[in-house]
Design a protein around this ligand. Structure first.
Ligand code: 6PG
Length: 247
C-alpha cells in the first residue's frame, strides 16, 4: 500500500499538486488528454489553489469531472462544483465545454446519474462498454470512513456494474450522486488526501485494521495498486506502518 506522509496540510497540498501536475503532463504527452475526477469536501481546496498557480500546464487538454455531488445547485455553498470552480476552474479560465458538472440540483437524481455516466462514456468511454478509464481520481475520506459519497452501509457500496449512481445516505438524511468502486478501480491512478488529527483513528482502522468495508468503505481502496494515500502527520499519528516520509 502506497502511503506518502507530509509534515502538515500545506506540504501535502503542495505535494499533491505536484503529483497531479506530473500525471497531467504524462497523460497529455501519451494520449493528448487528461481526464480527472475532482474530490469535494474541504481538504482538496488548498491543492486546487496551488494547481491554479501552475498556469504553464496544458489546461486546455484537461477534462474535468467530479467524484460526487450533493443535491444542491451549482452556486450553493455545499456544492463540490462550487468549491472547485472558485479554487481552480475560474482562476484558470477553463473552457466550460471541458467542465463536466454533476447536476445535483435535478429532482430526479437517478436520471442525473445516468446522464453523467453517458457524459463520462463520451469522453473516456471504452468500446467494450466497461467503465470509462479516468486518468486520475481525487478522493477524500470522511470521519466515518466514507469516500466520494460511498457511505457506510449504503446501497452504492455493492454496485458492481454501474459507474455513477444516486445513493441514499440515511445517516445524513440525504441523497448524493457518486461514482462507484467499479469506476475507481478502472482509473489509471487515484489519490486519497487525508489531513487532520480528527481523521487519525479512522485512517488507522481503514489502512491497518481488520477488513470491514461495509462499515469502512475506504478500505475498498486498500488493495488497489493504483491508489496512493497522501496523509499529513496529524492524520497519520495513529498509523503503525512507516509510510514514506515527505517534506
Ligand atoms: C464530499 C466528498 C467527501 C469528502 C470527505 C472528506 O462530497 O463531502 O466527496 O467524500 O471527500 O467527506 O471531506 P473533508 O475533506 O471536508 O474532510
Amino acid at each position: 500500500m502506497n502511503v506518502r506522509r507530509f509534515g502538515d496540510s500545506e506540504a501535502l497540498a503542495r505535494g499533491a499538486a505536484e503529483t497531479v501536475a506530473g500525471a497531467l503532463r504524462a497523460a497529455v504527452a501519451e494520449r493528448g488528454v487528461f481526464a480527472i475526477a475532482l474530490a469535494g469536501g474541504d481538504t482538496p481546496r488548498r491543492m486546487y489553489e496551488q494547481l491554479a498557480a501552475q498556469r504553464e500546464l496544458d489546461w486546455d487538454r484537461v477534462e474535468f469531472f467530479w467524484g460526487d455531488e450533493r443535491p444542491v445547485p451549482p452556486e450553493h455553498p455545499d456544492s463540490n462544483f462550487a468549491m472547485a470552480a472558485a479554487a481552480l476552474l475560474r482562476p484558470l479560465g477553463i473552457d466550460p465545454h471541458r467542465i463536466h458538472r454533476i447536476e445535483g440540483e435535478r429532482g430526479d437524481l437517478a436520471a442525473a446519474a445516468r446522464d453523467y455516466e453517458e457524459e463520462l462514456a463520451q469522453t473516456c468511454g471504452e468500446p467494450d462498454g466497461r467503465p470509462p478509464v479516468l486518468d486520475l481520481v481525487l478522493l477524500g475520506m470522511g470521519g466515518d470512513g466514507h469516500t466520494a459519497s460511498l457511505f457506510p452501509d449504503t446501497a452504492a457500496l455493492s454496485e458492481a456494474r454501474r459507474w455513477v449512481l444516486a445513493n441514499e445516505v440515511p445517516q445524513l438524511s440525504t441523497r448524493r450522486i457518486t461514482i462507484t468502486f467499479p469506476l475507481i478501480e478502472r482509473a489509471r491512478a487515484t489519490l486519497v488526501l487525508v489531513t487532520g488529527a480528527s481523521k487519525a483513528g479512522v485512517l488507522a482502522e481503514v489502512l491497518e485494521g481488520p477488513l470491514d468495508p461495509q462499515r469502512l468503505p475506504s478500505q475498498r481502496l486498500r488493495g488497489l495498486a493504483s491508489v496512493e494515500w497522501l496523509v499529513d502527520g496529524a492524520a497519520a499519528s495513529h498509523l503503525r506502518g512507516a509510510g514514506q516520509g515527505e517534506s
